[in-house]
Ligand binder design. Structure first.
Ligand code: FAD
Ligand code: NAD
Length: 472
């Protein structure tokens, strides 16, 4: 055998699985086909190249612009009319991406992971055929294989991408100027994050969502606050509407949208299609390799990311569960540890999610609806950031923390946060939940004052009607 472990895909699932395997003493290689013109491998996958990192870079830059333009007057600060240098903003983003993807290459060398350039195809449980950019084929064998080929955006026939005026999320991270008007199809994570970026930079943004409710994975009382805040930010979201057709011309794109049963024509400079992603399995599996896809195109795995072929694992966006980088990374670690004979598990009940709008939306665990459906009796505590001294001092007091706990045991079952710093605050709640903390445990923990995290403390106290800084 050439290797102990052969990983297909160098994204968060694959590169982490490769590093961990090597750290566990296994002779490991990682195959990745994405490369630069000089054939240098682009490791890091969707997340580092066209996902998490570039989008957060633009979210942070655009937020600073927005603050300078509209957010500092109440602090008594004015700086005249701010000037936008979009190409500098993009250069900064590209430099961060380059630094981090280069960092993964460095980690591969440091951990003695072999990089193989080309497109990998599973031929049988121990053999992978690799085709490089020039069509040259090589075959490698390994005792264990980890598939981590990730995902690709979904295209919709009524609005096909053309790479210029109708684009996907990758194109939306590369625009060279701010479109005057921008339509986004899909009010999911990408729609809300990239809608925020371009709206802050000056685009008139309209988001068209097919579902009748926004963010169905959250409780309605939390979503009501989110909707109000987004309206204030001119993020114009239309629910329950379908884009029936599109026509592109030199001046932009005309969309035919069905809103409340009526067909309307609307014109935009650019359209971003963000209606979800699908597993990327084209040419990944040879016909008789022994693996099949489920009805939605995912590779079927058990709770430990093992496929029906016991030495073949699959992790990240190509398997069930949320398409998130941290979930992919944890699965990569689990696959490597299981191959090395260890017993690691991933706690799928506690996968956190964050939408990096401003304020951020972050949640983990179960919602009221989940608990009602499961017949679990619960109690709840809410705390608005408007009652947080630190949030008021920062001039950032929109939103709330909501905590749900079991009625009898008091164990915390879910946390939803909409507010400045929600992602970081959630993480504190998540650590408690990993250790089955009760709302009383959070209530008895001392939080530094003044911090926005105190809102988590107060929401926990509110669960048992003991909040100090709001009425119970
Ligand atoms: P990928 O990152 O897609 O990596 C798969 C890799 O495999 C790719 O490099 C691909 O080139 C390679 N590959 C595929 N097939 C083959 C083959 N046959 N041979 C060789 N190589 C192959 N998630 C978060 O948690 N937080 C965020 O803030 C966040 N922001 C995002 C923003 C955007 C705009 C997008 C699009 C996604 C975002 N995500 C975010 C999701 C996150 O990027 C993915 O969940 C994550 O990258 C999945 O990791 P993965 O390793 O499974 O797949
Ligand atoms: P998504 O599933 O979050 O949202 C897609 C939205 O499009 C949904 O609300 C859906 O109802 C809507 N939709 C589907 N078809 C439609 C149609 N024909 N017309 C109008 N609306 C339609 O998907 P996404 O926003 O494309 O993101 C893809 C994946 O990337 C997600 O799974 C997400 O987890 C991941 N991601 C994560 C982050 C993060 O963690 N912060 C950021 C970006 C992307």
């Amino acid at each position: 055998m050439d290797f102990d472990v052969l990983v297909i895909g160098g994204g968060p699932g694959g590169y982490v699985a490769a590093i961990k395997s090597s750290q566990l003493g296994l002779n490991t290689a990682c195959i990745e086909f994405d490369s630069t013109e000089d054939e240098k491998l682009k490791l890091g996958g969707t997340c580092l190249n066209v996902g998490c990192i570039p989008s957060k870079s633009l979210l942070d830059s655009s937020y600073k612009f927005h603050q300078l333009k509209d957010g500092l007057a109440e602090h008594g600060i004015s700086a005249g009319k701010p000037k936008l240098d979009i190409s500098k903003m993009m250069d900064r983003k590209n430099a961060i991406v380059k630094k981090l993807t280069g960092g993964v290459s460095h980690l591969f060398s440091h951990n003695k992971v072999t990089s193989i350039h080309g497109k990998g195809k599973l031929v049988n449980p121990t053999t992978v055929e690799v085709t490089d950019n020039k069509g040259k084929k090589n075959t490698y064998t390994a005792k264990n294989i980890i598939l981590a080929a990730g995902s690709r955006p979904i295209n919709i026939p009524s609005v096909p991408w053309n790479g210029t005026s109708v684009i996907g999320s990758s194109g939306a991270l590369e625009l060279e100027e701010v479109p005057k008007s921008l339509a986004i199809i899909g009010a999911g994570v990408i729609g809300l994050e990239l809608g925020s970026v371009w709206s802050r930079l000056g685009s008139k943004v309209e988001i068209f969502e097919a579902e009748n409710s926004l963010l169905p994975m959250l409780d309605r009382d939390v979503v009501k606050v989110i909707e109000r805040e987004f309206k204030n930010q001119n993020l114009n979201i239309s629910l329950g509407c379908f884009v029936k057709g599109s026509k592109t011309s030199r001046s932009g794109v005309s969309l035919e949208v069905e809103i409340e049963g009526k067909l309307q024509k609307k014109s935009f400079d650019k359209v971003i299609v963000a209606v979800g992603r699908r597993p990327f399995t084209e040419d990944l599996l040879a016909k008789d390799c022994g693996l099949e896809l489920d009805e939605r195109g995912f590779i079927t795995v058990n709770d430990y990311c093992q496929t029906i072929l016991p030495n073949v694992y699959a992790v990240g966006d190509i398997v069930r569960g949320p398409m998130l980088a941290h979930k992919a990374m944890e699965e990569g670690v689990m696959a490597a540890e299981r191959i090395a004979g260890k017993k690691m598990e991933v706690n799928y009940n506690l996968v956190p999610s964050v939408i990096y709008t401003h304020p951020e939306i972050a949640w983990v665990g179960r919602t009221e609806e989940d608990l009602k459906n499961d017949g679990v009796e619960f109690k709840k505590g809410n705390f608005p950031f408007a009652a947080s001294g630190r949030a008021l001092a920062a001039g950032d007091s929109a939103g709330l923390v909501k905590m749900l706990a079991d009625k009898d045991t008091d164990e915390v079952l879910g946390i939803q946060i909409f507010g400045n710093g929600a992602a970081e605050i959630l993480q504190q709640g998540l650590i408690g939940m990993e250790f089955s903390a009760s709302s009383e445990d959070f209530g008895l923990t001392m939080f530094s004052h003044p911090t926005v995290s105190e809102a988590l403390h107060e929401a926990a106290l509110a669960v048992n009607k003991q909040a100090i800084h709001i009425g119970n």
